[in-house]
Design a protein around this ligand. Structure first.
Ligand SMILES: Nc1ncnc2c1ncn2[C@@H]1O[C@H](COP(=O)(O)OP(=O)(O)OP(=O)(O)O)[C@@H](O)[C@H]1O
Ligand SMILES: [Mg+2]
Length: 223
């Protein structure tokens, strides 16, 4: 079981710019996978498509043998809400909400924030922010804010965690902590973690590194 991409293509605009030219890959459940490539090579585009946040121009994506292209919007929303966590390069915390309220956002959408409160507090502690539940995002460092975003992405216990350059704006100490956290989540919760990075040391922490060149994943290296 896992995630499968078959000949994924993505173009933008008229005349079309072909960004992804036929990406095929399998990610097994429980894998830790990094995506690398030059700026503009299509890493974010690929991650958004894999995580259902954007549509491919053509090709197929399977989540546990279920083809996304044959699913209704409702079914895709269901998969997204229950199976997928996403961490953006810029964390996009809501500035007017506390740490705890930000982490609870995914449950609030379902009107279930009360039910998830204990779990949210546990996650805040797991990302090393115990005692800061009531702080506002502006009272946290960049690294702390990113860790809140990770806790938020993990609230619904997703099977897949996607992260687009989560360490891009952090110093090496905070970057290392985020990577250690990903390894821990992957190991302990068996979450499949797929992250984009520019940092080769971080990329090499994955089980497998996918490199995008000219819109293709020419090298899928086992590390
Ligand atoms: N919505 C869009 N409309 C038009 N072109 C787009 C759009 N999104 C991305 N592109 C183009 O697709 C190409 C790949 O973009 P993408 O953001 O996926 O690259 P990236 O590998 O993530 O780069 P970076 O490392 O700088 O984040 C770029 O040339 C970009 O300009
Ligand atoms: Mg990008």
């Amino acid at each position: 079981m896992g995630l499968k991409l078959i000949d994924i293509k993505k173009s933008f605009g008229v005349p079309a710019t072909n960004v992804l030219k036929g990406i095929s890959l399998d990610v097994n459940d429980g894998e830790l996978v990094s995506i690398v490539g030059r700026s503009g090579s299509g890493k974010s585009t690929l991650l958004y498509i894999m995580s259902t946040l954007d549509n491919a121009t053509s090709g197929n994506i399977f989540y546990d043998d279920k083809d996304l292209t044959t699913m209704s919007q409702k079914e895709i929303h269901e998969i997204r809400n229950t199976n997928i966590g996403f961490v953006f390069q810029f964390h996009y915390l809501l500035p007017e909400l506390s740490v705890l309220e930000n982490v609870l956002m995914p449950a609030r959408k379902h009107g279930q924030h009360k039910r998830y409160e204990t779990q949210a507090i546990e996650l805040i502690s797991e990302v090393d922010l115990k005692g800061k539940e009531d702080r506002m995002p502006s009272q946290l460092s960049g690294g702390e804010q990113q860790r809140v975003a990770i806790a938020r992405a993990l609230l619904m216990s997703p099977k897949y965690l996607f992260a687009d350059e989560p360490t891009g704006n952090l110093d090496s100490v905070n970057g290392d902590r985020i990577m250690a956290l990903f390894q821990k989540i992957n190991l302990e919760k068996k979450t499949t973690v797929i992250y984009v990075t520019h940092d080769l040391d971080y990329a090499n922490l994955a089980h497998r590194k996918i490199e995008l060149v000219d819109g293709l994943n020419t090298k899928a290296l086992n590390i």
